[in-house]
Design a protein around this ligand. Structure first.
Ligand code: UDX
Length: 453
C-alpha cells in the first residue's frame, strides 16, 4: 500500500508540494495553522498566482485525494510521512533564518506521533538544523526513536512551481536510515523512472545543497552586475559580454542578465541566512563572498536610481516617472523584496511623482507600498511621463510599441533596468536609452521638449 502523506505548512511551497503528491497518486492531507487559508484550499482555491496549480488543486480536492486540516492530531493519525514545508523568514537582526515556525511545527506534531513514521524537512534551513530536530522529535514523540527524520530540499521557482515539482532536475534526500531512503524512493518513484537523478546524502549535505544552489545563482547574477559596473566605466556592453562568456558550456548563458538585481522570497534571504550561518561556523571566506553578493545586488538598485536621476538632469523631485513592473520577476504577483518596488518607493521619497504599472502585481504592490500610485494600464502609466523605467521584464513591456509610447510621454526617456528591450528600436523611435552595463543611446528623432536633459 502506498504511504499516506501530510504536508505541514501550505504556503507557496507546501501547497504546491501537496497538490503535486496528489497528482503523483498519493493520498495527502495539507495542514496549516491559518484556518482561513485552509478553508480556501479545501474549496480548491489557491490564495496566490501560480500557473497550473489551481487546476491541480481543484482536481484533487474534488477527487478527495487531497484534503486539508488545521488539526495536528488528525495529520499525525493519517500520515506515514510528514513533509515539513513551513516558512523560514529572515530575522530582523543579523539576517539569519528565523526558525520559529519550524520548531513550532515539530513541537505541535511530535506529541501526536504514536507509531513509526518519517518526518521530511523541505524548508530552507541553516545547516545543522535537521540534526537538532532529530533530538527534539525523538524526545517529544511517544513513538520515540521509531520516528525518523530526513531532509529533502526543494528547488522550485515561482511561476514554474508545478512543473518544477512534477519534473524536477534532481531530487536530493538527506537520510539517517535505509528505511527513510526506501520510503522516499517510493514517494518519488514515478519521477525517478523518467530519468531524474536521485541523490542520497547525509542530513547536513542535503541542507547545504539548497542554500548553496541559491547562493550560486545569486552569485552569478551579482557577478554579471559587477561586470556591468565595469562596462559602464569603460564603454563595454554587458549583454554582449554575457552572451560571449555564456557560450562557454562551463559558464552557461542563464542567470547572467545584468540589471536591477535579484529579489523575491528566496534568493536575498537565503544569501543572508547562509552568510550568518557561515560566520557562526567560522567560514569567513564564504561569509565574505556572500556579503559581496548581497552588496553588489543592493548597489544595482542604487545604480539604476542614479541612472534615472542622471537622465533627468540631476533631480528626481517634481518629475513624473512611470515605473513598469512591481513584481520581483515577471509572471508572478509576488512583490517580496522586489527591486522594482524598492526603486519606485525610493524615487517617490526623493520627490518624484511615481506611477507604477504591473499587469499582475498591482494589488500586492499597493498593499506593500500604499504610498505609491498604481495605474491600471501601461498607457495611463506612461502618459505625461518625463521618464519611463522598466524594472520587471513582463512580456507586455517587451512587446510594447516604442513609437506609440513616445506619443504619450512628455519626454521619451527610458531606463531599461532589466536590459530587456530592443534599445535600437526604442532609440529609432526617438527615445534616449540608458541601461545598466551599456553605453547611453540618444534618441534618433530630434525631440525638442523644453526640459529635455
Ligand atoms: C529561486 C531559485 O531559482 C529556485 O531554485 C529556489 O527554489 C527559490 O529561489 P525564484 O525566487 O522563484 O526562485 O526566482 P528566480 O527565477 O531564481 O529569480 C530570482 C531573482 O533574480 C528575480 O528577481 C530575477 O529577476 C533575478 N534575476 C534572475 C536577475 O536579476 N538576473 C538573472 O539573470 C536571473
Amino acid at each position: 500500500m502506498k504511504p499516506k502523506i501530510s504536508v505541514l505548512g501550505t504556503g507557496y511551497l507546501g501547497a504546491t508540494h501537496a497538490a503535486g503528491l496528489a497528482e503523483m497518486g498519493f493520498e495527502v492531507i495539507g495542514l496549516d495553522v491559518d484556518a482561513e487559508k485552509i478553508a480556501k484550499l479545501a474549496r480548491g482555491e489557491v490564495p496566490f498566482h501560480e500557473p497550473g496549480l489551481g487546476a491541480l488543486m481543484r482536481t484533487h480536492t474534488a477527487s478527495g485525494r487531497l484534503r486539508f486540516t488545521t488539526d495536528y492530531a488528525q495529520a499525525a493519525a493519517f500520515a506515514d510521512i510528514h513533509f515539513l514545508a513551513v516558512g523560514t523568514p529572515q530575522s530582523a537582526d543579523d539576517g539569519a533564518a528565523d526558525l520559529r515556525y519550524v520548531d513550532a511545527a515539530i513541537d505541535a506534531l511530535a506529541p501526536h506521533l504514536t507509531r513509526p513514521c518519517l518526518v521530511v524537512g523541505k524548508s530552507t534551513v541553516p545547516v545543522g538544523t535537521a540534526a537538532r530536530l532529530v533530538d527534539r522529535l525523538v524526545s517529544l514523540a511517544p513513538a520515540g526513536g521509531t520516528v525518523d527524520l530526513a531532509w529533502n530540499p526543494e528547488f522550485l521557482r515561482e511561476g514554474h512551481a508545478v512543473d518544477d515539482t512534477l519534473r524536477p532536475d534532481r531530487i536530493v534526500v538527506g537520510v539517517r536510515s535505509d528505511i527513510a531512503e526506501k520510503l522516499l524512493r517510493e514517494v518519488y518513484a514515478g519521477i525517478v523512472e523518467r530519468g531524474t537523478p536521485f541523490l542520497v546524502t547525509d542530513l547536513a549535505t542535503a541542507e547545504l545543497v539548497k542554500t548553496a544552489a541559491n547562493s550560486f545563482l545569486a552569485t552569478k547574477i551579482s557577478f554579471i552586475n559587477a561586470m556591468a559596473e565595469l562596462c559602464e566605466a569603460t564603454g563595454g556592453d554587458v549583454t554582449t559580454l554575457a552572451r560571449a562568456i555564456g557560450h562557454d558550456a562551463r559558464i552557461g548563458p542563464r542567470f547572467l542578465n545584468a540589471g536591477v538585481g535579484f529579489g523575491g522570497g528566496c534568493l536575498p534571504k537565503d544569501v543572508r541566512a547562509f552568510r550568518a550561518r557561515a560566520r557562526q561556523l567560522g567560514g569567513e571566506g564564504a561569509a565574505a563572498l556572500l556579503s559581496q553578493v548581497d552588496a553588489i545586488n543592493l548597489r544595482a538598485r542604487d545604480r539604476v536610481l542614479d541612472m534615472a536621476r542622471d537622465t533627468l538632469g540631476g533631480e528626481l523631485a517634481g518629475r513624473r516617472i512611470a515605473v513598469l513592473g512591481a513584481a520581483f520577476k515577471p509572471d508572478t504577483d509576488d512583490v517580496r523584496d522586489s527591486p522594482a518596488l524598492d526603486v519606485a518607493a525610493r524615487a517617490a521619497r526623493a520627490g518624484a511623482e511615481v506611477v507604477v504599472y504591473d499587469p499582475m502585481a498591482a494589488g500586492a504592490g499597493a498593499v506593500a507600498r500604499p504610498e505609491l500610485d498604481f495605474a491600471t494600464s501601461l498607457e495611463s502609466a506612461v502618459t505625461g511621463a518625463d521618464l519611463v523605467m522598466l524594472l520587471t521584464e513582463w512580456e507586455e513591456f517587451r512587446l510594447a510599441d516604442p513609437r506609440r509610447l513616445a506619443t504619450l510621454v512628455r519626454t521619451p526617456r527610458l531606463v531599461d533596468g532589466r536590459n530587456a528591450l530592443d534599445h535600437q528600436a526604442w532609440a529609432a523611435a526617438g527615445w534616449s536609452v540608458r541601461a545598466p552595463g551599456r553605453a547611453p543611446l540618444a534618441g534618433q528623432i530630434p525631440f525638442d521638449a523644453p526640459e529635455a536633459a
